[in-house]
Design a protein around this ligand. Structure first.
Ligand SMILES: [Zn+2]
Length: 102
Protein backbone atom coordinates (compact mmCIF):
# COMPACT_ATOMS: atom_id res chain seq x y z
CA UNK A 1 0.00 0.00 0.00
CA UNK A 2 1.38 3.36 -1.05
CA UNK A 3 -0.24 6.79 -1.34
CA UNK A 4 -0.25 8.17 -4.90
CA UNK A 5 -2.60 11.12 -4.70
CA UNK A 6 -3.59 13.60 -2.05
CA UNK A 7 -7.00 15.08 -2.86
CA UNK A 8 -8.72 18.24 -1.73
CA UNK A 9 -12.09 16.53 -1.46
CA UNK A 10 -13.48 13.03 -1.24
CA UNK A 11 -15.10 13.50 -4.67
CA UNK A 12 -11.70 14.34 -6.22
CA UNK A 13 -10.16 11.32 -4.56
CA UNK A 14 -12.91 9.08 -5.91
CA UNK A 15 -12.43 10.38 -9.47
CA UNK A 16 -8.74 9.47 -9.34
CA UNK A 17 -9.44 6.12 -7.69
CA UNK A 18 -11.98 5.26 -10.40
CA UNK A 19 -9.43 6.16 -13.08
CA UNK A 20 -6.77 3.92 -11.52
CA UNK A 21 -9.21 1.05 -11.06
CA UNK A 22 -10.33 1.50 -14.66
CA UNK A 23 -6.71 1.07 -15.72
CA UNK A 24 -6.32 -2.14 -13.77
CA UNK A 25 -4.70 -0.68 -10.67
CA UNK A 26 -6.49 -1.72 -7.48
CA UNK A 27 -6.66 1.15 -5.04
CA UNK A 28 -8.55 2.49 -2.10
CA UNK A 29 -9.56 5.95 -0.88
CA UNK A 30 -8.51 6.62 2.66
CA UNK A 31 -10.26 9.45 4.41
CA UNK A 32 -7.87 10.96 6.86
CA UNK A 33 -9.45 12.33 9.95
CA UNK A 34 -9.60 16.06 10.06
CA UNK A 35 -7.54 17.43 12.90
CA UNK A 36 -7.77 20.66 14.78
CA UNK A 37 -11.13 22.32 14.52
CA UNK A 38 -9.98 25.67 15.80
CA UNK A 39 -8.58 26.76 12.47
CA UNK A 40 -5.01 26.37 13.68
CA UNK A 41 -4.13 23.08 12.03
CA UNK A 42 -4.63 22.18 8.40
CA UNK A 43 -7.35 19.71 7.59
CA UNK A 44 -5.88 16.60 6.03
CA UNK A 45 -7.88 15.52 3.01
CA UNK A 46 -8.53 12.09 1.57
CA UNK A 47 -5.79 10.13 -0.16
CA UNK A 48 -5.74 7.50 -2.87
CA UNK A 49 -3.59 4.49 -1.99
CA UNK A 50 -2.61 1.73 -4.37
CA UNK A 51 -2.86 -1.83 -3.08
CA UNK A 52 0.15 -3.18 -4.96
CA UNK A 53 3.43 -1.30 -4.55
CA UNK A 54 4.56 -2.43 -8.03
CA UNK A 55 1.81 -0.28 -9.59
CA UNK A 56 3.33 2.89 -8.18
CA UNK A 57 5.16 4.17 -11.28
CA UNK A 58 2.15 3.58 -13.55
CA UNK A 59 -0.25 5.01 -10.96
CA UNK A 60 1.78 8.21 -10.61
CA UNK A 61 1.82 8.59 -14.42
CA UNK A 62 -1.96 8.17 -14.57
CA UNK A 63 -2.49 10.65 -11.73
CA UNK A 64 -0.30 13.21 -13.52
CA UNK A 65 -2.20 12.66 -16.77
CA UNK A 66 -5.56 13.05 -15.10
CA UNK A 67 -4.40 16.20 -13.29
CA UNK A 68 -3.38 17.69 -16.66
CA UNK A 69 -6.76 16.75 -18.18
CA UNK A 70 -8.65 18.36 -15.32
CA UNK A 71 -6.52 21.51 -15.47
CA UNK A 72 -7.06 21.73 -19.25
CA UNK A 73 -10.83 21.40 -18.82
CA UNK A 74 -10.76 24.15 -16.24
CA UNK A 75 -8.81 26.43 -18.60
CA UNK A 76 -11.31 25.74 -21.39
CA UNK A 77 -14.12 26.94 -19.19
CA UNK A 78 -12.44 30.21 -18.31
CA UNK A 79 -13.51 33.31 -20.15
CA UNK A 80 -10.99 35.63 -21.65
CA UNK A 81 -11.56 39.38 -21.71
CA UNK A 82 -10.59 41.01 -25.02
CA UNK A 83 -10.49 44.40 -23.36
CA UNK A 84 -8.10 43.94 -20.43
CA UNK A 85 -6.69 40.51 -21.24
CA UNK A 86 -7.84 39.10 -17.91
CA UNK A 87 -9.46 35.70 -17.46
CA UNK A 88 -12.60 35.17 -15.43
CA UNK A 89 -14.09 31.92 -14.12
CA UNK A 90 -16.68 30.09 -16.20
CA UNK A 91 -20.17 31.42 -15.59
CA UNK A 92 -19.17 35.06 -15.35
CA UNK A 93 -21.11 37.27 -17.76
CA UNK A 94 -18.86 40.25 -17.27
CA UNK A 95 -15.13 40.57 -16.69
CA UNK A 96 -14.38 40.66 -12.97
CA UNK A 97 -11.61 43.18 -13.56
CA UNK A 98 -12.98 45.76 -15.96
CA UNK A 99 -16.69 44.96 -15.99
CA UNK A 100 -17.01 44.52 -19.76
CA UNK A 101 -19.57 41.99 -20.96
CA UNK A 102 -18.16 38.95 -22.75
ZN1 LIG B 1 -11.71 42.86 -18.70
Amino acid sequence: MKPVYHAATLVDAQVFADCLEGNGIPCVVLQQNAVGGLGELPVIGPEVWIRRDEDQVRAIELVAMLERDIAAQRDDLQRHCEHCNETSPAGFDICWRCGRAF
